[in-house]
Design a protein around this ligand. Structure first.
Ligand code: PMT
Length: 407
């Protein structure tokens, strides 16, 4: 959660039953070490007592703009100036209208009018209110001012009806917060192509050659690159993970499809990171009908190599290529061979014999090797943190390339 550390975020909470999710949002942002101030409308304080936000964020919320005991002289102006980002979640139809019209009737709309920080608005309202032309026009007005609207989502609403009006999930809102706060990061203006997951090479209509890669490592890399300001294209094999926020995702099945998507993405990319566990072999042909089981017979399936994607991308000046090496023996030796054979700038060696790291785990333990033989051993840590370390190394390579005279 590095790009949230010490960032000054103001959370505006308005009167909707979805306020309970805002408590979770406040808690997660605080755990990510953001400096979180909460402001509430009087209606929001009827759904959840302000002290709840104090409990999770460690800071007293502001909800009464007439409170003479506020520790900030003019709370809305002080918070508006300090804020690096104002997030309004949940945002009711009334508050959306106030924002569009510039009405400053309570702490949330008042602060929104006073701040020059970016604004994220996460509507939560009944679907009929959401669809009403008045609300739609107000949302269009907010979008035209560059305000990021997140959601609402489709689903069951407080009225018992199913429709579009639910507050987005907390992790989705946090994804947008990280993206907006990361826009000026050290990868701003760079295009990064990341691959994730395994590939499925079809044997027949129901069976495939594949592996247990979950996509977690590649998705973490895509999110971390986004959080540092990059434009990210994520090419993923089959994975149950949801699309990351503010990342262009291309979902593929086979190695050949992944190759096509990677080559297309790399035409104008600055960085390629291949975290995918691409199947090394595919059936020589895919059988059209499901293969029948016959008790007395063994079954042999001829396999041929899949395209070597890293090799096919080739070497291009200005493209940094990073590979992974998943090894169960001779980790460093095999990784060193791959850095040469695949013409990589860095390789991330992944010992897959440990049960707490590698495939389908939340954490990873890797060694990063460069062409000069330098190695950096990272202890077990969440895959997002591993991704951040790998990107640190890539940023250093970019800085080195910039300082080198043109050939
Ligand atoms: O998805 P997770 O569950 O989070 O698991 C993450 C991971 C363990 C899959 C990941 O961290 C990892 O190690 N990925 C690389 C796995 C792998 O296929 O390694 P390899 O040594 O077989 O391949 C070396 C490199 O060549 C890799 O960058 C691979 O993407 C690339 N490759 C492989 C085969 C192929 N046909 N084309 C390629 O470009």
């Amino acid at each position: 959660m590095y790009n949230l550390t010490d960032r000054n975020i103001v959370l505006g909470v308005t009167g909707s039953i979805a306020v309970y999710k805002a408590v979770d949002l406040a808690s997660k942002l605080t755990q990510a070490r953001a400096v979180l101030n909460t402001i509430m409308t009087p209606e929001a304080s009827k759904f959840v007592a302000p002290i709840t936000f104090q409990g999770v964020s460690g800071r007293r919320p502001y909800w009464d703009m007439w409170d003479a005991n506020n520790d900030l002289a003019e709370a809305h102006i002080a918070l508006a100036r300090q804020a690096e980002l104002l997030v309004i979640a949940p945002a009711t139809a009334t508050v959306i209208a106030r924002l569009a019209l510039g009405l400053a009737e309570e702490m949330v709309s008042l602060t929104a009018l006073a701040t020059r920080a970016p604004l994220i608005v996460c509507p939560a309202l009944d679907s009929q209110m959401f669809e009403h032309p008045a609300t739609q026009e107000h949302l269009d007005t907010l979008r035209s001012r560059g305000i990021q609207i997140v959601g609402p989502e489709e689903g069951r609403l407080a009225s018992g009806q199913v429709g579009r009006g639910r507050l987005s999930e907390v992790d989705t809102i946090i994804g947008w917060i990280r993206h907006v706060l990361g826009k000026d990061g050290d990868l701003a203006g760079k295009k990064v192509v990341v691959t994730a997951g395994g590939t499925h090479e079809a044997i027949d209509p129901v069976r495939f050659v594949g592996n247990s890669s979950s996509g977690k490592m590649g998705f973490a890399l895509a999110e971390a690159a986004r959080d540092r300001g990059a434009n990210v294209v994520l090419v993923s094999g089959p994975s149950a993970l949801p699309d990351p926020v503010a990342v262009e995702i291309v979902r593929v099945r086979r190695a050949a499809e992944m190759r096509d998507a990677v080559i297309a993405g790399c035409a104008d990319a600055d960085i390629l990171i291949m975290a995918a566990a691409v199947a090394d072999y595919q059936p020589a042909e895919t059988v059209r009908d499901k293969i029948k089981r016959r008790q007395s017979e063994t079954l042999s399936i001829p396999l041929v190599p899949t395209p070597d994607i890293l090799a096919e991308v080739g070497v291009r000046a200005g493209l940094i290529k990073v590979g992974f090496a998943a090894e169960s023996q001779d980790l460093l030796e095999n990784a060193r061979q791959k850095i040469e054979a695949k013409h990589l700038d860095l390789i991330v060696a992944n010992d897959i014999t440990a049960s707490d790291a590698g495939f389908a785990t939340d954490n990873n333990r890797v060694v990063i090797l460069d062409r000069g033989g330098r190695k950096e051993e990272l202890p077990l840590m969440p895959k997002y943190d591993v991704a951040w370390h790998i990107l640190d190394r890539i940023v250093s390579l970019l800085a080195g390339k910039k300082s080198q005279p043109e050939a």
